[in-house]
Design a protein around this ligand. Structure first.
Ligand code: GZL
Length: 319
């Protein structure tokens, strides 16, 4: 039965190729956050609107599932492979298989560690270091404006261990706070970019001696989903998040705009999930034999309590 299915898929691709239709294999990493859901909607929606034959898989945040999906796309002979690598290591063998099969790979959203960047054609996504620096710079401005002094204890909710956005959002944030000796990360633990684990990590932070000793409690989450889970933990512990803490997220999902409008959170740094149009522009250019830039960054902003309430309807319309 599997052989018959594989044969039918290859036949469908061949027929679509004869008809000039582009076939893309997209190995999505999971459905762990609101950001990811919006990203998937953008990838699927844009393919449908352009008449592109999309073969889509969800790896449930497991690298081995993504690798199997890429190998399946190679076997099916797709035109282009889109890959948002769940972690940044361990990709060279399968990327080499794609290159040997003559199938270009576009890294969409996250990057890989490799000494041979000919193994992928291009990266489209965000500058995660810049996002971390935006979060740090906003915090420094806020502390100066609110307290006249840049000091405080940061409780950091880290993204998926080994993932480029987790590594680089930490790096960017630390680049900024390194200049302020009284502003330090006192606890740091991974919540794997999910709301449930962000809540669990915050529950543990609240029980820690560092939390009890902290004078200015700052929560920096590598994505809004973990921050929203942390806010739930704070409220269940009788802490007023908006009044007793300074809370910073990344992604700029609509639920974060709502939390800011409700006074439970202070700022979110945008990470744009809606990369479908740019991604397929790159696919169509590749199939037409054109060259594309090695790196394409998304446009992003920062939204805090001055503007989130007014922009909430617009943000809801996107997600
Ligand atoms: C960032 C993306 C991250 C989001 C999280 O581009 O990879 O993964 O910030 C998501 O919400 O889980």
């Amino acid at each position: 039965m599997r052989k018959v299915m594989a044969f039918l898929v290859v036949m469908a691709i061949s027929v679509s190729a004869m008809a000039g239709q582009i076939t893309v294999g997209f190995a999505q990493l999971g459905a762990e956050s609101m950001w990811r859901t919006a990203n998937t909607d953008s990838i699927k929606g844009e393919a449908a609107s352009r008449g592109i034959n999309l073969i889509f898989s969800d790896a449930q945040q497991k690298q081995e599932n993504q690798i199997k999906a890429v190998q399946s796309f190679i076997a099916q002979g797709v035109d282009v492979i889109g890959l948002p690598p769940v972690v940044n290591s361990g990709w060279e063998p399968v990327l080499r298989e794609a290159k040997e099969a003559g199938i270009p790979v576009i890294l969409a959203d996250r990057t890989v560690d490799t000494s041979d960047d000919s193994l992928y054609v291009s990266f489209i996504g965000s500058n995660f270091i810049m996002e971390g620096e935006s979060a740090g710079n906003w915090l420094v401005r806020e502390l100066k404006a609110k307290y006249g002094d840049v000091k405080g204890e940061v409780f950091e909710l880290v993204g998926t261990v080994g993932a480029a956005p987790a590594i680089d959002r930490k790096k960017g944030f630390e680049n900024v706070i390194a200049s302020y000796p009284n502003l330090n990360i006192v606890k740091s633990q991974s919540g794997d970019f999910t709301r449930a684990q962000g809540k669990e990590v915050m529950e543990a932070f609240i029980k820690s001696p560092e939390w009890t000793k902290a004078q200015t409690k700052i929560i920096y989450g590598h994505n809004d989903d973990m921050v929203l889970g942390a806010i739930q933990a704070l409220e269940e512990a009788g802490v007023n998040p908006g009044k007793e803490c300074i809370i910073i997220g990344v992604d700029a999902i609509a639920d974060a705009f709502e939390a800011i409008a409700q006074g439970k959170m202070h700022v979110t740094v945008e990470c744009n999930p809606l990369i479908g149009p740019q991604f397929y522009d790159m696919v169509e250019a590749l199939v037409a034999g054109k060259t594309i830039p090695k790196i394409v960054y998304s446009n992003e902003g920062t939204y805090d309590y001055y503007c989130a309430a007014a922009l909430l309807p617009w943000r809801r319309s996107l997600y």
